[in-house]
Design a protein around this ligand. Structure first.
Ligand code: 1CP
Length: 354
């Protein structure tokens, strides 16, 4: 077995105090991240191993997080398949929307491996940094051999949301309309994304990722029937393919705002761990999912931003409520850019304090 507490929990062991890492732990709230931001645009940062490695390491050096998530984005997959993508300051991602069979036919999934080769190089470098003790100082506060490297992708439905809509949205009405009005076309898109996602995650594992996470940020927009078809079924196919090629590598699912459907999600997909959003009640969710499934979450990112006594109280209440169950401490969504970096240090200390 391993000394990495995060990996042990993802394999179903209850560890006390729980391991901790945060979604968007590498980001704009860190001055050292903002300093690198000026050097290159977002896609270049993701595709340059020197920069992506450095950005991934920044929060590990400061806070010795138990998990390091690769610095990349869920939209790198459609970009790698040839869909045009830009990140516009103050707007977010902008893509050339996919609306017809002809648009879909232009995607080139066979190009993904070559286009994402720099991402795989970043993972190889990160894994070396975490597991090679002879690089003192590189990791700052972190102990060699203690940090778990996490790869990730968006889930097919959430990636399809951005591909069809052409960017972010509150409602993603266009993609939900397409799912009902043109089910054959939408199923084709989901199927193509499922295969490409499974292949890319297997490549990430081969390059050094020790666990992988599937972000389904918009799963909560769907009613149960559509959730079963476009969230659970494709996730199951991805899980099966990863298990076939890399048995024993834990898979974390994050069906954000899935509400009561998290139970069906855990049973239906076969994931090893379930990340829960801020609105989820951890104890209720624990009753809905199999006992072997680890839970991850779910402090409100605004509580972290606010800091102070309520930060320590809320964090320790979440931690204590999961004692005896496999639990990974995390937020319910990503760190907000306005978060004071010292609050992140206080949170990690509070989770680790016995
Ligand atoms: O420089 C910048 O400010 C760019 C902002 C940024 C960052 C830091 C984007 C654009 N992506 C990322 C990194 C990122 N995205 C990571 C890296 C690792 C980490 O967590 O530290 C991860 C895991 C993601 C995943 C991601 N991207 C999700 C799923 C999680 C979530 O937040 O719900 C989603 C929905 C995206 C799309 C995306 N990429 C970027 C933005 C601003 C968005 C959201 C667009 C929107 O819907 O408004």
């Amino acid at each position: 077995m391993t000394d990495k507490t995060l990996l042990r929990v993802l394999h179903g062991e209850a560890v006390w105090p729980p391991p901790v890492w945060l979604m968007r732990q590498a980001g704009r709230y860190l001055p050292e991240f903002r300093a690198l931001r000026a050097q290159a645009d977002f896609i270049t940062r993701c595709m340059t191993p020197d920069i992506a490695t450095e950005i991934t390491l920044q929060p590990i050096r400061r806070y010795a997080m138990d998990g390091a998530i690769l610095f990349s984005d869920i939209l790198i997959l459609p970009w790698a398949m040839g869909q045009s993508l830009r990140f516009v300051e103050g707007v977010g991602p902008v893509l050339e929307p996919i609306r017809t069979a002809a648009d879909l036919d232009r995607l080139r999934p066979e190009r993904v491996a070559e286009a994402t080769a720099p991402v795989m190089e970043t993972l190889r470098r990160l894994r070396r940094s975490f597991d090679t003790p002879e690089t003192p100082g590189l990791l700052g506060a972190a102990r060699p051999g203690a940090t778990t490297l996490i790869g990730f992708a968006g889930s097919p439905f959430t990636v399809a949301c951005y591909m069809v809509e052409g960017g972010g949205s509150k409602e993603f009405a266009e993609v939900r309309r397409m799912a009902y009005a043109e089910p054959a076309l939408f199923d084709r898109l989901i199927e193509l994304l499922s295969e490409a996602t499974a292949t890319m995650l297997c490549d990430q594992i081969a390059a050094g990722a020790e666990a992988v996470m599937l972000f389904d940020s918009w799963a909560g927009l769907l009613p149960p029937s559509q959730f079963a078809r476009h969230v659970i079924a494709p996730t199951r196919r991805i899980v099966d393919e990863i298990r076939r090629r890399h048995p024993g590598v834990p898979i974390v699912g994050f069906p954000r705002l899935g509400g009561l459907l998290v139970g069906r999600y855990a049973h239906g997909t076969g994931i090893d761990a379930m990340a829960l959003d801020t609105a989820a009640d951890l104890s209720l969710a624990a009753a809905l999912v199999p006992e072997t499934v680890a839970l991850q979450g779910n402090l409100d990112p605004l509580c972290l931003l606010a800091g102070g006594e309520s930060l320590v109280a809320e964090a320790q209440a979440i931690r204590d409520s999961m004692r005896g169950r496999p639990h990974v401490f995390n937020l319910g969504h990503g760190v907000l850019p306005q978060t004071p970096p010292e609050h992140v240090g206080q949170l990690v200390d509070a989770v680790r304090q016995i």
